[in-house]
Write a protein that binds this ligand. Sequence first.
Ligand code: ADP
Ligand code: MG
Length: 217
Amino acid sequence: MLTEATVRPATITAWMTEIAVAVRAQRDRLTQLDAAIGDGDHGTNMVRGFDAVEQALAGQRRDLPPGQLLILSGKTLVATVGGASGPLWGSALRRAGRSLGDAAEIDGAQLAAAVDGALAGIQELGAAAVGEKTIVDALEPAAAALRHAVGARQPLARAVDAAAAAAEEGARATLPLQARKGRASYLGERSIGHQDPGATSAALIMRALERVVSRED
Ligand code: ADP
Ligand code: MG
C-alpha cells in the first residue's frame, strides 16, 4: 500500500550514495556529452558535488529527518559545484527537503510532492521549460510519472521505476532538440544531435532512487 511510510532517513542517505556511485561510473560519458555541447565539465561537477554530499551526510546523525538530509545535501552541492548544475540541483534538493518538513518517514505522495518541489526549484532558478534541452526534459516527465503512479496506488518501487524510465526517455528525447538555455544554447543549431548532459545525469539521479527504493521494498 502506497500510503504506508516507506522512505526513511536511511533511504535518503542511501540515495545520495547511489547517485555518487552512478555519476562516478558515468563521469566520462557525462563529460563527453558536455564536451560536445558545453565545456566538458559536467561529469567532474556531478562527481565533485555528490562526493561532497556523501561526506557531509556521513558526519550527520543517522536519524535526521529526510527533509533535513535533503536540505543539507542541496546546500553542499551549492557550496561545492561551480557549474550550473550545482546551484540547480542544490535548489532542487533544498526545495524537495523543505516540502517534507520534519516528517520522520514519508510516503509515496510525499515523495511525489518532493520531486515536484525539486522540479519547481530548478525551474525557479533556471526558467527552463520542457523542450529546451535541459535537466527539465528529464525531471518533468519523471515528476509527472511518479505523481500519476502514486495516484494510481502503485507500489512505491513500481512508481519510482516509472519515474526513472520517464526520466531516461526524456533524456534520450533531448538528442534532436536545440538548446535554448544554459551554455549549450550558445551553439544554436549546432547543439542539435547530442543528448543533453544535464538531462542524462537527472535520469541517473532518478534511477538511483529506484535502485534504493526497490532494494528496501
Ligand atoms: P555548466 O553549463 O555551467 O558547465 P554543467 O556542465 O555542470 O554546468 O551542467 C550543464 C547542464 O546544466 C546542461 O546540460 C543542462 O542540462 C543544465 N542546465 C543549464 N542551464 C539550465 C537551466 N536554465 N535550467 C535547467 N537546466 C539547465
Ligand atoms: Mg559544463
